[in-house]
Design a protein around this ligand. Structure first.
Ligand SMILES: [Zn+2]
Ligand SMILES: [Zn+2]
Length: 378
């Protein structure tokens, strides 16, 4: 009976293991930036049953492959081990090793899995992640500074987690304690989460703190259950993540870009980060394409083309207005929207339009305003 049903199970597994065909709208793929760089999807904060997560590490790997991530960090709580009675976990690298074993079994498929850990304390330290670790056990020490020094000795990338977490900040406003500021100023911490998926936490204050202390802007899932359930992955949703702007599609280039602060946090349709980084992503995503003028009119059809898996909401700030819609335009992910632009009394040969990109955040309550240009064909 069991033997008979096995081939069926195997066939099903093979069918769903090919994400491009099984979930066309799921695989995250961004075009290259205009300067030839790469926009690479990374989740640097995840849990499994080796700490307080609900799944085996192999599920993390499969999810990441289906989502089309380039980089996945396994970051169990070092101290909190609620499943100790079932999974004693004396070796804090074990979760990562299990993930790598499952990655190898699956043939790799371009995903890179890295070792990490979550140093989990009450205030004034809160929770701090370290990734690109060689040995997570070295961080298992009572002193937070010693743990972060151990991470830095391994050339790890270290960041503050969920600084607006309500149990630590009851008003929901991100703050850094004097103790954390000291660790940042001594160079032991390099980044900060502005978005955390498990807490549904979004923080413009954390974004301002990133600018103030020169920290890399990060979005993470902090996933404990399944991304399909929590973030509607595969049905138009996606986990919050970091988009790394790297010169090359390599682990070294991704790590360098993290240390250099070349990232954008992506959550729902929000793109958050420094203006320069966010502009790079938006310009990779959106272009204007003018069509020829129809006869006897100066109303010009112009497509806004969206090459990214992000829905854009734009507010027209140009002098020109539109014949078919108001100033607020939504351009669906991987879609296009045709504007009918009133170009004035005479036809133009080049059209310039300015938009506030409302789904970007480049500071507290600030979004990007960009000019786009298109040549009008004869
Ligand atoms: Zn945490
Ligand atoms: Zn966590």
């Amino acid at each position: 009976m069991y033997l008979k049903s096995l081939p069926m199970i195997a066939a099903t597994a093979a069918a769903v293991s090919s994400p491009a065909t099984a979930h066309d709208d799921r695989l995250i793929e961004f075009p290259q930036t205009l300067d030839g760089g790469f926009i690479l999807a990374a989740d640097l904060h995840t849990h499994s049953v080796f700490s307080d997560g609900a799944v085996w590490p192999s599920i993390r790997v499969e999810e990441a492959q289906r989502d089309g991530l380039e980089l996945l960090a396994v970051t169990e709580h070092l101290e909190a081990q609620p499943k100790e009675a079932d999974i004693p976990n004396p070796d804090r690298n074990r979760s990562y090793e299990v993930a790598v074993e499952s990655l190898v079994r699956s043939g790799g498929q371009g995903l890179m899995v890295i070792n990490g850990a979550e140093v989990s304390r009450r205030q004034p330290y809160g929770h701090i992640n370290a990734v690109f670790l060689d040995d997570a056990n070295a961080l298992l020490t009572s002193d937070v500074e010693d743990a972060l020094k151990a991470a830095n000795d391994q050339n790890g990338f270290v960041f503050v987690n969920h600084p607006n977490w309500i149990p630590h900040q009851p008003d929901g406003v991100a703050r850094l304690s004097d103790e954390l500021i000291e660790l940042i100023e001594s160079g032991l911490i390099h980044g900060i989460e502005v978005v955390n998926g498990t807490l549904d936490g979004h923080s413009e204050e954390a974004l301002e703190l990133a600018f103030q202390y020169d920290l890399t802007v990060l979005g993470t899932s902090d996933i404990h259950g399944l991304v399909d359930w929590t973030h509607n992955a595969g049905s138009g949703g996606h986990r919050p993540m970091s988009l790394i702007l790297a010169d090359e599609r390599t682990p070294e280039a991704m790590k360098q870009a993290l240390f250099d602060g070349h990232t954008v946090a992506w959550s729902y349709d929000d793109l958050m980060g420094g203006a320069e980084n966010v502009e790079k992503v938006v310009r990779a995503c959106l272009t204007l394409e003018a069509k020829p003028y129809p006869e006897n009119t100066t109303v010009l059809p112009v497509d806004i083309v969206n090459n990214c898996p992000v829905n854009f909401t734009l507010r027209n700030t140009s002098e020109e207005t539109f014949q078919n819609v108001s100033d607020v335009v939504r351009v669906e992910r991987d879609g296009r929207f045709t504007l009918q632009v009133r170009t004035g009394a005479e036809p133009v040969s080049t059209l310039d339009l300015k938009f506030e990109v409302m789904n970007t955040q480049v500071g507290s309550r600030r979004s990007l305003e960009l000019a786009f240009s298109a040549d009008v064909p004869e």
